[in-house]
Design a protein around this ligand. Structure first.
Ligand code: AMP
Ligand code: MG
Length: 423
């Protein structure tokens, strides 16, 4: 039904392509073709941030290693806590973090204890120093109302001996470095970073620093790509600008695919253009598909060049970024050996009207913010053309509008993907 309407109505037919596949299908096809980099290397904790674990990390010890105090205070036995009237205790020694009290605590006694100090024999409960009354140099008074085992951290309550702390495929975060240090691990096995080669194609492109002639533009895509890639766990190879001619392109593709695990190019994949990119990839390798029902970014190529996977992203600067996030990013994550994860999206109220036609997926650029009543809302960044790159720099999220959606009215709920969740 929808397809018939789209084919016959001129306004819709402009954007409709019966050969186009859906975004979900495209993503599935891409992921099924990506083989993770299996090579591994050793990495010390200092160099492991954002790397992907090629092993499970198992703890040989309990953390904490001994039951210890969570507070500065006085340790005693729970059986000896005052029940109905205040009790008097003699302070028979002090336990410091790293300097335990070696003696035994008996009824009517307590031990001065510092945060992190091992619980002395005969104690299992800590009363905070603010909750006791010091009656002499060696005596304190405690009133009723304390709970058994309070203010005590049990041995192994964070990490149990022999437990798996982090799994293979996990991307190492700041906290993980601390966790691994806490179990005494200073070196781990990680996957080699994927190598990603990229270049821009187009006769009109000039590098930053050149003077522009009539019809020339600066090559901005390589910088957006460099920025997006630099935030990931990858090595990059920037091959510059390549002119739209068979020889230069062949040379660039040959060198890119011999050096990299993934090649990304921008431009030269539009219908009607000198079709070199498609031709070369077909000659040198294989194209898996060609068109995706998505705006911006419909003409995109995914394929294989020798051992390297290949993305031919559109030339339009916004399309480069949206297609990168929708397709290249999950592919790079798979390539890196990362365990699959569902991208984090949230449902929020949209405060703008959004124009959209049914029949394709759209990524509009949005700004997430809190309104006066503290509710998280999103508004569009304004003009949404695929050449309006400032719409990306003003945005902090993508508004994801699925194929069936035929427009949004202010007040409707929409799905957004915050940029911060891309990493
Ligand atoms: P193409 O896909 O090569 O037809 O390019 C589509 C549009 O994107 C054209 O207006 C190009 O001039 C523009 N474009 C292509 N590559 C780049 C680039 N590297 N930087 C900025 N704009 C580009
Ligand atoms: Mg071009």
């Amino acid at each position: 039904m929808l397809n018939d309407k789209l084919k016959t109505q001129a306004s819709c037919a402009d954007d409709f392509d019966s050969e186009a596949i859906t975004v979900t299908e495209a993503r599935q096809r891409i992921l099924s073709r990506i083989t993770p980099v299996l090579a591994t290397e050793k990495s010390t904790l200092y160099t492991s941030l954002n790397r992907v674990l090629a092993q499970d990390v198992i703890s040989a010890i309990n953390v904490p290693g001994h039951t210890n105090s969570a507070m500065d205070g006085y340790a005693l036995s729970a059986d000896d806590l005052p029940q109905t009237a205040p009790n008097q205790y003699s302070v028979i020694g002090t336990a410091y973090a790293g300097r335990p009290f070696e003696g035994q605590c008996r009824a009517g006694q307590c031990i001065r204890i510092m945060t992190g100090a091992a619980m002395p024999a005969g104690t299992d409960t800590v009363v905070m120093q603010e909750h006791v009354e010091k009656t002499s140099e060696t005596e304190i008074r405690i009133t009723p109302g304390h709970k058994k085992y309070q203010n005590v951290r049990q041995a192994g309550e964070d990490i149990g001996k022999d437990s798996i702390v982090l799994r293979q495929g996990h991307t190492i975060q700041a906290a993980d470095l601390g966790v691994m240090a806490s179990i005494g691990i200073g070196e781990i096995t990680v996957y080699r970073r994927p190598r990603i080669a990229f270049f821009s194609t187009g006769d009109e492109l000039r590098p930053v620093g050149d003077t522009l002639g009539t019809g020339d533009i600066y090559d901005s895509n390589r910088y957006s790509l460099h920025g997006m890639l630099s935030q990931l766990n990858v090595e990059t190879i920037d091959l510059g600008i390549v002119k739209d001619n068979l020889e230069d392109l062949q040379k660039a593709f040959r060198s890119a695919s011999s050096e990299a695990d993934l090649v990304i190019t921008t431009g030269g994949v539009s219908v009607g253009e000198a079709d070199y990119v498609k031709q070369i990839v077909e000659e040198m390798g294989e194209i898996h598909f060609w068109k995706i029902a998505m705006k911006p970014g419909r003409p995109i190529t995914f394929g294989q060049l020798g051992n390297a996977a290949y993305f031919g992203l559109p030339g339009n600067p916004v399309s480069v970024m949206t297609t990168f996030y929708q397709f290249a990013l999950p592919a790079i994550q798979r390539l890196s050996g990362q365990a699959d994860r569902t991208p984090l999206t949230i449902e929020v109220i949209c405060t703008s009207d959004l124009r959209k036609r049914a029949g394709r997926f759209e990524c509009q650029r949005g700004i997430l913010s809190y309104n006066k009543s503290g509710q998280l809302t999103v508004c569009a960044t304004g003009k949404q053309g695929s050449g309006i790159l400032t719409s990306m720099s003003r945005a902090n999220c993508l508004i994801l509008l699925d194929d069936e959606c035929d427009g949004i009215e202010a007040g409707d709920s929409v799905t957004v993907q915050p940029f911060s969740t891309f990493l």
